[in-house]
Design a protein around this ligand. Structure first.
Ligand SMILES: C=C(OP(=O)(O)O)C(=O)O
Length: 555
């Protein structure tokens, strides 16, 4: 059975489950014994709060002396410790004790009220509610004279399964023993997730069905897929072992340039959807941006953003890549990305209708506004800006757009190759445009005449189809002959094996979702150009393509 959650990172781990200890029993809501005065009870609570505060600060200090990952934990622990020294919270608890509650119950309710407030605010603050709860539980444990709830002890490595982990638990995890963490709650911005990322711990969070996992059962935790496999077969275990070796090795190369075994360079770039994504791209060692989709500026608005608004957003992205290549794609409205103020509503087949450059050509103000904003952002920053148009069909459209872009002062102006016609005309296109970036998602859809949004034809949506690869080859050959760089920015670039094929076909750079960079970088480094060309020849022959079963006639 496969449990779905949100993976943190790309790691893979296999091991036995060890569940977090059961929470403390809930303190009863009954009056305090008459023999215990409010003063004495409050003194007990004050002591417990101080002890927890000191314990968390001690852990913060220990974490601060550790590695880079635990240093981040230190800051979080210090912030969490402050919950135990918050005067307003302490005063509220004291009042409840004055009103006759036990210290344990007053702490539970006092912390609970603030937790509830955090939950109602939601988002990042909402996820802090779990941290607050953990501090409250520690204070109650102190009052009850019990050990604080926390990570169970084990002599052998384990996959830790919990509802959610507190920062104190995550920070003090023994990394030699903790193979992975699975939580049934907590989102990708929970402290569990943040600290797992920082400490390189394999994790899947928010896997609701993880509540059913039991101590000792073997699971595969695959963060890249956001999956936890229970009761794995020998085959699944072997595949997990290979994936683990690959993931471990892949990380070691982060920060190195993308290249084949013989040093043949294939720069590895990132696809990003908004300027704030740049941080992740850089973290994963992207050498620049190969596709910046500008749709985020337009979607959800009644009208196009102003030139000033666009300039600000483009400059924000470019400023994060000084001296590095950043490819920005003009608005790709239409088909799977309709925009009310640009896209006709009555197209029976929008994928074959007005989209990409075809739409922009009908809305010159939008087209020219984008080019103006890009030129202005370029002038303010030091990145190496390349600009391209989506859905360019042939050399006339390619030449039109390239000349138009240059008339705005842009230096590198190219075309996306998503329609097979541009490949058929590639010898001409490569003489009139500065570069081509292949969008394999659409190129596959149009080569195989299979709508990429339709589940019924999803089996056609693979760039492993030799027809797609042959179309790519035509573009590469023309590009390499005429000195026109050819990149790939569709999903195909993120498949490590396909990336090798693309390199063998003559693609010059690859752009992908940042988390895929490690694996692609590592796989490219395994093959020389000659080997990649041999693999590509097999792929062009269809050796790696599985046709649909109904094509088999049988006996
Ligand atoms: C990168 C591509 O563009 P889109 O944003 O349409 O996926 C593509 O088609 O491969």
């Amino acid at each position: 059975m496969i449990l779905k959650g949100v993976g943190i990172g790309r790691g893979v781990a296999v091991g036995p489950v060890l569940r977090m200890a059961e929470p403390l029993p809930e303190p009863k809501d009954e009056p305090r014994a008459a023999s215990v005065s409010a003063e004495a009870e409050n003194a007990r609570v004050t002591k417990a709060l101080a002890a927890v505060n000191a314990d968390l600060n001690r852990r913060a200090q220990e974490a601060a002396n550790g590695d880079e990952g635990t240093k981040q934990a230190a800051e979080i622990l210090q912030a969490v410790a402050m919950f135990a020294s918050d005067p307003a919270l302490a005063a509220n608890i004291a009042k409840m004790v004055d009103d006759g509650k036990t210290g344990e119950r007053a702490v539970l309710e006092g912390f609970g009220q603030v937790e509830e407030m955090f939950r109602q605010i939601g988002g990042y603050q909402g996820e802090r509610a779990a941290d607050l709860h953990d501090v409250g539980q520690r204070v109650i444990a102190e009052l009850m004279g019990r050990p604080a709830p926390g990570v169970p002890q084990s002599e052998t490595p384990f996959v830790l399964v919990a509802k959610d982990l507190s920062p104190a638990d995550t920070a003090s995890l023994d990394l030699d023993k903790t193979l992975a963490i699975v939580t049934s709650e907590g989102g990708p911005t929970s402290h569990t997730a943040i600290l797992c990322r920082a400490r390189g711990i394999v994790a899947v969070v928010s896997a609701a069905e993880a509540v059913d996992l039991t101590d000792g059962e073997t699971v595969i935790v695959n963060a890249a897929r956001g999956e936890v496999t229970t009761d794995p077969t020998d085959e699944q275990l072997a595949a997990a072992h290979d994936a683990k070796l690959r993931a471990d090795k892949a990380k070691e190369l982060r920060g190195q340039p993308g290249q084949l075994k013989d040093g043949h360079r294939i720069p590895l770039l990132a696809n990003v959807g908004k300027p704030s994504d740049a941080k992740t791209a850089l973290e994963y060692g992207a050498e620049g941006v190969g596709l910046f989709r500008t749709e985020f500026l337009f979607i959800g608005n009644e009208e196009p953003p102003t030139v000033e608004e666009q300039t600000k957003a483009y400059a924000e992205l470019l400023a994060q890549f000084p001296g590095k290549k950043v490819v920005i794609r003009l608005l790709d409205a239409g088909a799977d990305k309709p925009l009310p103020f640009l896209t006709p509503e009555d197209e029976p087949n929008p994928a074959l209708g007005l989209r990409g450059l075809r739409t922009l050509a009908q809305h010159k103000a939008v087209l020219e506004g984008q080019l103006k904003a890009l030129a202005a952002a370029d002038a303010q920053t030091d990145a190496d800006l390349w600009v391209m148009a989506p859905m360019v069909a042939d050399e006339w459209e390619a030449e039109y757009f390239t000349k138009l872009g240059k008339s705005f002062g842009l230096k590198f102006v190219g075309s996306m190759a998503e329609v097979p016609s541009i490949a058929v005309m590639a010898d001409k296109v490569s003489q009139v445009t500065d570069f081509v970036s292949i969008g394999t998602n659409d190129l596959t859809q149009y080569t195989l005449a299979a709508d990429r949004t339709l589940g019924s034809v999803s089996n056609y949506q693979t760039a492993w189809h030799p027809a797609v690869l042959r179309v790519i080859k035509m573009i590469c050959e023309a590009g390499n002959k005429n000195g026109m760089p050819v990149g790939v920015c569709g999903e195909a670039a993120a498949d490590p094996d396909l990336a090798v094929v693309l390199a063998g076909l003559g693609v010059n750079s690859l752009s992908m979702t940042p988390v895929a960079l490690d694996d692609v970088r590592a796989e490219l480094a395994q093959h020389t150009l000659e080997e990649a060309q041999q693999i590509a020849a097999k792929a062009l022959n269809g050796d790696f393509y599985n046709p649909p079963q109904w094509c088999e006639l049988g006996e």
